[in-house]
Design a protein around this ligand. Structure first.
Ligand SMILES: [Zn+2]
Length: 284
């Protein structure tokens, strides 16, 4: 039972991928579609997992936020080529997980520069995932491409210890990474404890995002959303944290706590196996 506590981050996310897919997730490419968000801003989307890719097209080239699993690279490029023939200049990773940063090495081979938080890169190195980022930041970082400004804001810890959100101020759009998900099969908050995540701090991370100026949110997984959806998710994250604190304080059994996270917070087998012991430990 306690094996999940010491399970490495790699295995944890392999487990997630395997179980979330109900098939062979990450071992076969996802079916992708292109969703327009604003002029020159798109999402390369799929059902639930892997994570969404945000696409900014400029005269000087393309900036991506996240790049799904490595196996999705060819389909991402094919989807991108339906929008533009410009090269990918930058890929920003919202965090280190393979369904958000797995395509880095292939994009870097095409000349792209990969950017993330220092903690996200440290997790990539620690777990030998490949595609180490070329640039890291521990604070706000602004990129300029084709006359557009893109802001990287570290937040958290929440989903991991290296979460960033990406603001496109010209469009009032925020890409949130996995501190927010919204859509079928994505609603459970999965805390990556081996990767430094925190359910307790998660609402504060969303507060940092909500301090920015935007109307539209591209979540880590799911559907393009509105600011109010992120606010609602923040309130749920607070309720999640408060509920756990209360259950642990009352010395409820592991089974009782498991029942609550399943019934009230949409946890499924893989969330329980990957993160329940860590969750109880955080509030103990
Ligand atoms: Zn993730």
């Amino acid at each position: 039972m306690n094996r999940s506590v010491t399970r490495s981050a790699v295995a944890l996310w392999g487990l997630l991928a395997a179980m979330a897919s109900h098939a062979q997730f990450g071992s076969t490419p996802a079916d992708l579609s292109v969703v327009p968000v604003a002029t020159d801003l798109y999402v390369i989307s799929n059902v639930a997992v892997p994570g969404l890719v945000t696409v900014l097209v400029t005269d000087e080239g393309v900036l991506l936020v996240d790049d799904k699993f490595e196996i999705d690279h060819d389909n991402i490029m094919a989807a991108l080529r339906t929008i533009t023939d410009k090269p990918v200049k930058y890929v920003i990773n919202t965090h280190y997980h393979g369904d958000h940063a797995g395509g880095n090495a292939k994009l870097q081979a095409l000349g792209a520069i990969a950017v993330a938080s220092a903690n996200a890169r440290a997790q990539i190195v620690l777990n030998h995932l490949g595609g180490e980022q070329n640039i890291t930041t521990e604070g706000q970082l602004n990129l300029y491409l084709g006359g557009k400004r893109v802001e990287i804001h570290p937040v958290g810890p929440a989903h991991t210890n290296g979460d960033v959100v990406v603001l496109f101020p010209d469009y009032d759009v925020l890409t949130s990474g996995d501190i927010f998900a919204n859509g079928p099969g994505t609603s459970a908050q999965l805390v990556d404890y081996p990767g430094g995540g925190s359910a307790k701090a998660w609402p504060l991370a969303i507060d940092q995002a909500l301090a920015l100026d935007f109307d539209t949110v591209i979540p880590g997984h799911g559907l393009v959303s509105r600011r109010a959806d992120l606010q609602a998710y923040r309130d749920r994250a607070q309720r999640f944290s408060d509920t756990l604190a209360s259950l642990v304080q009352q010395k409820k059994s592991r089974a009782d706590i498991e029942a609550v996270v399943r019934s009230q917070f949409d946890w499924e087998d893989f969330h329980v196996q990957a993160a329940l012991d860590g969750l109880i430990g955080e509030f103990d």
